[in-house]
Design a binder for this molecule. Structure first.
Ligand SMILES: *[C@@H]1O[C@H](CO)[C@@H](O)[C@H](O)[C@H]1NC(C)=O
Ligand SMILES: *[C@@H]1O[C@H](CO)[C@@H](O)[C@H](O)[C@H]1NC(C)=O
Length: 439
């Protein structure tokens, strides 16, 4: 009886301290009216609510995530309405102004400024983000993946508009662990410079911070499908391995590495010259630009002499972003790599790095030839830019991130995804456990 009472007393004490510390931490943004201890304990003010949302808030995200026809039709109709399209677009100048007061910006945008649990804190991640336009996309991506223990390098294309550069720089300046790459390049489609942009960020991330365990590279039109905790758990389960597409190069792509390419009038073009064989007779594998790799993989990319030779050899090929990482992944001695034998080939579907819906692999639900059902958004260069109708399928996949999203064209897909992820992240937290070290 006495023990029980002491326990209750201790619990009450804990509750008081928890509430007190939350109060101290969040005094400026505290919802002063109608707060209650249960409300604050669940950290409900960190959920995205309709009050934060723009005009997307008329959509019913739970119905959309369950694939309900009526809600999807409504979302589709809304996203093609001119007034709606105009009202969801946020000009670059808005971000430049809004970030003048960083603490207000972080607070109003509900950035998570403390690690949600020990497990995440003990497994910091590094992100290399390559952007050239669409600042709103970038900011919402950053908000979705932001955690104070992680580190983020942003590469803004040298030829980006001045306002894009200024807005992104302003956003990064509000976070101690988000920085602009030390050396930005002019990224050209299909050219080596796309890989170089990532390499520059990787070098910065590797040199600035020795703590991070895994690196993920992103572009501004990616969005996560998993919470930071889920990403940490999935990466840990790789047990030092890397995850990316890496498979035998299809016949039609082989020309990319057998012929010499060069830039003519700002465009990459094939020449009549033939390339020599790859260095060390390395098997050149096919993959894509997006990878999830261990710190050791990055160390090899930056320091292994064989890879420096491969880099030089790759500079006059076509789209090296689609074979460079995949080839390094199959080099003996690279941490987390697998042998070059075909039995270790990995497709983009089996890797967890990135979910992409290629137009050529879409088809009806019951077709045995198709990889997935049709895109519910629109296509850009043969890739699906997701619509709200793709969400239900998307969140069932094992991939950490999906490509592509466009908040100008279909903001509802991102709106519902970010709400879903934030809710999940907060629901997964054991708030009592978080404050246990206090006692
Ligand atoms: C949204 O959809 C869900 C699932 O169909 C439903 O339970 C809920 O009542 C809807 N909410 C509103 C506000 O219509
Ligand atoms: C700039 O931001 C402040 C708040 O940070 C706001 O009061 C003001 O209206 C904004 N100005 C413009 C031009 O957006």
């Amino acid at each position: 009886m006495r023990i029980l009472r002491r326990r209750q007393l201790k619990l009450l004490l804990k509750l008081t301290v928890v509430l007190g510390s939350l109060w101290m931490l969040y005094l400026p943004g505290w919802p002063r009216t109608g707060w209650s201890p249960t409300y604050s304990l669940r950290h409900s003010w960190l959920e995205y609510t309709d009050d934060d949302g723009g005009p997307e808030k008329v959509c019913n995200c739970s119905a959309i995530l369950q694939g309900e026809r009526e809600a999807l039709d409504q979302a589709k109709l809304l996203s093609i309405t001119k007034d709606f399209q105009k009202s969801v677009r946020i000009p670059d100048e808005y971000y430049i102004n809004a970030t003048q007061d960083c603490s207000e910006f972080r607070l109003s945008r509900k950035y998570l400024m403390f690690p949600l649990n020990q497990e995440e804190e003990d497994f910091p991640l590094a992100y290399s983000i390559v952007v050239h336009h669409k600042v709103q996309n970038f900011e919402r991506l950053l908000r979705a993946i932001y955690a104070p223990q992680n580190i983020y390098c942003v590469h803004v294309d040298r030829k980006s508009e001045v306002s894009v550069f200024a807005a992104i720089q302003a956003i990064t300046s509000c976070f101690p662990n988000v920085f602009m790459v030390s050396k930005a390049v002019n990224v050209m489609y299909g050219h080596w410079s796309r890989v170089q942009a990532d390499l520059n960020c990787m070098a910065d991330l590797y040199n600035i911070n020795t703590e991070w365990k895994y690196l993920i590279n992103l572009c501004g039109q990616d969005f996560p499908l998993k919470t930071n905790l889920e990403i940490v758990r999935m990466l840990r389960s790789l047990r030092g391995g890397n995850s990316m597409e890496s498979e035998e190069m299809p016949e039609y792509k082989k020309q990319r590495v057998t012929d010499v390419y060069q830039i003519v009038d700002g465009k990459i073009q094939r020449t009549s010259k033939k390339k020599g064989p790859p260095p060390f007779n390395l098997p050149i594998l096919s993959g894509n630009a997006y990878i999830a790799v261990s710190r050791g993989y990055i160390r090899s990319v930056l320091e292994d002499n064989r890879i420096q030779t491969l880099i030089e050899w790759s500079k006059d090929t076509y789209s090296p972003d689609e074979f460079f990482w995949a080839t390094v992944q199959r080099m003996p001695g690279v941490p987390g790599s697998t042998r070059p034998h075909r039995k270790y080939d990995m497709t983009d579907i089996n890797a967890i790095a990135r979910l992409v819906k290629w137009q050529g692999h879409e088809g009806p639900q019951d077709s045995l030839q198709s990889v997935y059902t049709e895109c519910h958004g629109h296509h850009v260069r043969g890739i699906c830019v997701y619509g709200a109708g793709d969400l239900q399928w998307m969140v069932e996949q094992h991939h950490l991130f999906a490509n592509k999203f466009d908040t100008d064209k279909d903001p509802i897909a991102v709106y519902c995804l970010e709400k879903y992820l934030r809710h999940k992240a907060l629901a997964d937290v054991d708030w009592m456990l978080m404050f246990l070290p206090l006692f």
